[in-house]
Design a protein around this ligand. Structure first.
Ligand SMILES: *Cc1c(COP(=O)(O)O)cnc(C)c1O
Length: 385
């Protein structure tokens, strides 16, 4: 095996793996979604803003047309309040013994999916603002239809007693990424029935929301008074109909480059063997950094302006790139993922290679603790504070 042909670059030219978050992309995506939504726009910043930074994404979205924030857990909602965000916030998935009094005292709206949750919220001091949550047909979160009328009646009684204010009714569509699926019409119909049932119980919820990103982009009949969008903010369109802009870029330096002969086994299990003499670059990012291991054998990266295959398995901390005949310098930047402008792979490409959805790719990268992070495009936010 011959030695590397790489030369050592100037100091400071390269650093370690870097995850960049482009808030200008989030801003542009928010504008587009706000234009498409018939009603208000709730920016869903759960899971740390889909890995992009909940507070950064929230501030950016609020500066570009969103007026509400949405999260899963109360802890996520309280973190937004602690960061100084004052926009309306809704938290929709909590255990029955959650700290409802913290929600009330922090001005966080909560979703109520059943009588037990309602009783717990009512028992908390103060007057909670609640959104009754109906299951629109995916047997996941939200009240089962058989329990809905009783929930509405009980919520109305509590409202009359001044214990809660029912400000909203929410549902969620299970198949909106496939606009032609009949499941969407059934979901819309069930939601309309749920609203009618709430009305008949004497409730007058101002905020009625069913659509997430896909339905906001494809199905105006689902919009009602508000859309809850998360994926779209960070450039993911589950419906595949609209060009949104990816906001993450993952780069890393080549930490070694070597020339190898044909027949060289690469990586764990020797899954790959070089079929010709070639150059291999080692890149210090792996599945512990959110790079899907299931993409082994299929993934590509961008090096020196060209797409090159990853070879061998994705390891915990590293991957190997087949450079072919043209080696690169040590420290040369390898782009593993980005918006696609220069031909680099996107989150959608990684999702295809690993049999998942881009949501899982970006939340995985975003949760990685070893990646250095840099946020760009926030200049317009400074004046807003
Ligand atoms: C995650 C989530 C959303 C946002 O969905 P996107 O497809 O990411 O826009 C909206 N509503 C609920 C209930 C959710 O769990």
């Amino acid at each position: 095996m011959s030695a590397t042909c790489a030369s050592v670059p100037l100091a400071g030219v390269s650093s370690g793996p870097l995850l960049q978050v482009d808030l200008a992309a989030v801003g542009a995506n928010t504008r587009l979604l706000a234009d498409r939504a018939a009603g208000d726009l709730m920016a869903v910043v759960k899971a740390d803003g889909f890995g992009h930074g909940a507070v950064d994404v929230a501030r950016t979205a609020l500066a570009h047309g969103a007026t509400w924030l949405g999260v899963t857990s109360l802890a996520e909602a309280l973190a937004l309040r602690a960061a100084g965000l004052r926009a309306p916030v809704l938290s929709w998935l909590n255990p029955v013994d959650a700290d409802w009094s913290a929600a009330v005292s922090s001005g966080v709206d909560v979703a109520v999916p059943g009588l037990e949750h309602l009783a717990a919220v009512v028992a908390a001091p103060g007057r909670a603002r609640v959104h009754l949550h109906v299951d629109a047909g995916m047997a996941r979160d939200g009240a089962a239809p058989a329990t809905w009328a009783a929930l509405c009646a009980a919520a109305r009684r509590s409202e009359r007693q001044g214990r809660v204010e029912v400000v909203g009714v929410m549902g969620h569509l299970g198949c909106a990424d496939d606009p032609g699926d009949a499941c969407n019409e059934r979901g819309r119909t069930r939601f309309a029935w749920a609203l009618e049932t709430a009305r008949a119980a004497g409730l007058r919820p101002r905020h009625r929301h069913l659509a997430a990103t896909a339905a906001t982009l494809t199905d105006p009949r689902s919009h009602h008074t508000m859309s809850r969008v998360g994926a779209g903010l960070v450039g993911i369109d589950p419906s595949g109909t609209t060009a949104l802009r990816g906001a993450l870029t993952l780069t890393a330096p080549a930490v070694s480059v070597r020339r190898v002969p044909a027949g060289t086994p690469v990586g764990y299990g020797h899954d790959h063997r070089t079929d010709r003499p070639t150059h291999l670059a080692l890149v210090p990012v792996g599945y512990a950094d959110g790079l899907p291991r299931a993409a082994s054998g299929r993934a590509e990266v961008l090096v020196a302006g060209r797409r090159r295959p990853l070879v061998g398995r994705v390891s915990m901390d590293q991957v190997v790139v087949d450079l072919g005949e043209r080696p690169v310098d040590l420290g040369a930047t390898v782009t593993l993922l980005g918006p696609g402008d220069a031909g680099e792979p996107t989150a959608a490409d990684w999702a295809d290679w690993s049999g998942t959805i881009p949501h899982e790719v970006v939340t995985g990268l975003g949760a990685a603790t070893r990646l250095q992070r840099r946020t760009t495009g926030a200049a317009h936010l400074r004046s807003l504070a």
